[in-house]
Design a protein around this ligand. Structure first.
Ligand code: UD1
Length: 422
């Protein structure tokens, strides 16, 4: 297992390119199950979660061929297994997103439930309820969701909260259902919109993605498609915070301002300059970091996946910030590690009060989940002396070569084998 070692204090400058979106790519890969024809997916990030998704698809009988480093052809001509096993679903929750497509294509699916997760309970009740509304018979047995349906039937579905994964699962299932589905209170995230674009390119009839109500007119069959995944707005936001936390000046190529409005607004409020630049955004900071109030919300609100990174920034502010996490109940694990670096953070329920300190001090810290690990890397960039971030596999699940990208911008960061790791 590797660790990342950072000598803090280097100001970042230069240009960096954003990779394809992990969270868009995963459901899009699962959508390949919906057709016997080959689909091509471009701008795929090379990361561990993508490899896990590929392992799952291969297990189901989907064949793959890499066209180049970031383009993949998937072909589900023959489905050999109807089961997503526990080992794969527990490694990556998004494996559960295969339930809808597998059931819609073959009439049956047996998918392990994901169980707990470092950032909260994360149930799948909304996925199950949505797919059941489409007429599936679903039983929960031995930790698995067992679903059957001759053919799913379109209907009106109200989602209690706008879950990203449940929205994706339901629209993939409804794409092949008989008749029309209206999904109300749907998630509006850009990743949902990208999945709808992919499905429409495959012959689906989906409208309204990006709005509260998504309508899906089921079709008899779907065909092959060639789709380019959107860029990763969370990686872009992470790189923006990296520029900000080091008082740097960085052009982030491929960052989409329209998808990052809440993030840009909050960075500006905290004294960071964000301007459009050719093909992306330029992020600079000359002044102090100002304290702000921040609340995570479903899109287009401030993303929970950037909360940990903003906490690292605000730990360096001149004054007291308040962060409220409304999406996941246990998403402050990074705060405990930031405390080890000298941050002043008090937590009560969903709220963290972050009193900025003049300078964090480098320390060995341990990542507990994907975004927590990037927040610790960011904190290390600004801290005095050396920070060692252990359990880097979390980072590798969701960021393509983050350490190399930061190094190219002038960060003193390296990846070394962690001999002490258990
Ligand atoms: C996706 C993203 C994840 C991001 C999250 C919220 C992927 C692969 N992952 O996760 O990075 O942090 O959106 O933006 O796209 N919930 C239920 N029942 C359900 C489903 C969800 O109660 O059946 C709750 C969750 O516990 C959570 C909230 O709804 O409190 C939002 O979760 P959801 O949008 O489903 O997140 P994911 O799709 O798992």
């Amino acid at each position: 297992m590797d660790k990342i070692v950072i000598q803090g204090g280097a100001r970042l400058s230069g240009e960096v390119a954003v990779s394809g979106s992990k969270n868009a790519a995963l459901p899009i890969m699962m959508a390949s199950v919906l057709t016997p024809e080959p689909v091509i997916i471009r701008n795929l990030p090379r990361l561990r979660d993508i490899t896990t998704a590929l392992t799952l698809l291969n297990h189901l009988g989907v064949e793959h061929r890499w066209i180049d480093d970031h383009a993949l052809e998937l072909c589900a001509a023959r489905i050999k297994s109807h089961e997503a096993p526990y080992d794969l679903v527990k490694t990556m929750r998004a494996s559960f997103f295969v339930l809808g497509p597998l059931l819609a294509r073959t009439g049956r699916a047996r998918v392990s439930t994901p169980g707990g997760c470092a950032i909260g309970a994360r149930p799948v009740n909304l996925h199950i309820r949505g797919i059941r509304s489409l007429g599936a018979r679903i039983q929960l047995r031995h930790g698995y969701v067992e679903a059957h349906a001759e053919r799913l039937v379109g209907t009106r579905i109200w989602m209690d909260n706008p879950s990203v994964g449940a929205t994706e699962n339901v629209i993939m299932a409804a794409a092949l259902a008989r008749g029309r589905t209206a999904l109300e209170n749907a998630a509006r995230e850009p990743e949902v919109q990208d999945l709808a674009r992919m499905l429409n390119a495959m012959g689906a009839r989906i409208s309204g993605a990006g709005n509260h109500v998504i309508e899906i007119e089921g079709v008899e069959r779907l065909h092959g498609a060639d789709h380019t995944v959107i860029n990763d707005r969370i990686e872009a936001g992470t790189l923006m915070v990296a520029a900000a936390i080091t008082g740097g000046d960085v052009v982030i190529r491929g960052a989409c301002a329209g998808e990052l409005e809440a993030t840009i607004a909050k960075l500006r409020e905290s004294g960071v300059e964000v301007a459009s630049a050719a093909g992306g955004l330029r992020v600079r900071r000359h002044n102090i970091i100002r304290p702000i109030e921040l609340r995570t919300l479903p899109y287009p609100g401030f993303p929970t996946d950037l909360q940990a990174q903003m906490m690292a920034l605000l730990a360096n502010a001149e004054g007291t910030s308040v962060i409220t996490e409304t999406i996941f109940e246990n998403r402050f694990m990074h705060a405990l590690e930031l405390l080890r670096m000298g941050a002043d953070i008090a937590m009560k329920g969903p709220t963290a009060v972050v009193r900025g300190v003049p300078r964090l001090s480098g320390a060995p810290v341990m990542a507990t989940d994907l975004r927590a690990s990037s927040s610790l890397v960011l904190a290390g960039l600004a801290a005095e002396n050396t920070t060692e971030v252990q359990r880097v596999y979390h980072l590798d699940r969701g960021y393509e070569a983050l350490d190399s990208k930061l190094r190219a911008l002038g960060a003193r960061i390296e990846r070394v084998p962690d001999r002490g790791a258990s």
